[in-house]
Design a binder for this molecule. Sequence first.
Ligand SMILES: [Zn+2]
Length: 132
Amino acid sequence: MSRPRNSGRKGFPARVQQVVRQRADYRCEACGIWVIGRSGGACVPVVRDGAGAISAGVPRDVLAGPANAVLLCPPCAARAEAADPRLAELGFHVPGGDDPRHLPMTLSRGDSGPRTVWRSADGGYLTEPPTL
Ligand SMILES: [Zn+2]
């Protein structure tokens, strides 16, 4: 007996996922390993409670866009799903209500070491907090 796949889960649009994969240079943004191909890794939301964020005034297109998406390898995605405190500390998931553009994250790229960035709505990294 096989369990049904988790196909009912809402994901980011394909265009957003592509932008995020390019931004991440096809590496897990949390641990830095390569995630190649459409099935490699997952684009997961940073701000989990989209409803809370919308009622706090965060635009829907920001929540559905690259500013709220991170590319994670399967183990890191599972840790984010489980609200791992270490990933929360690095900025890869927050419970909700915040504007993801204001939330920094710490990239680990192995070679270049950790660095703190903010995600822009157009799919880039900012090295300083945005003025919105
Ligand atoms: Zn990872």
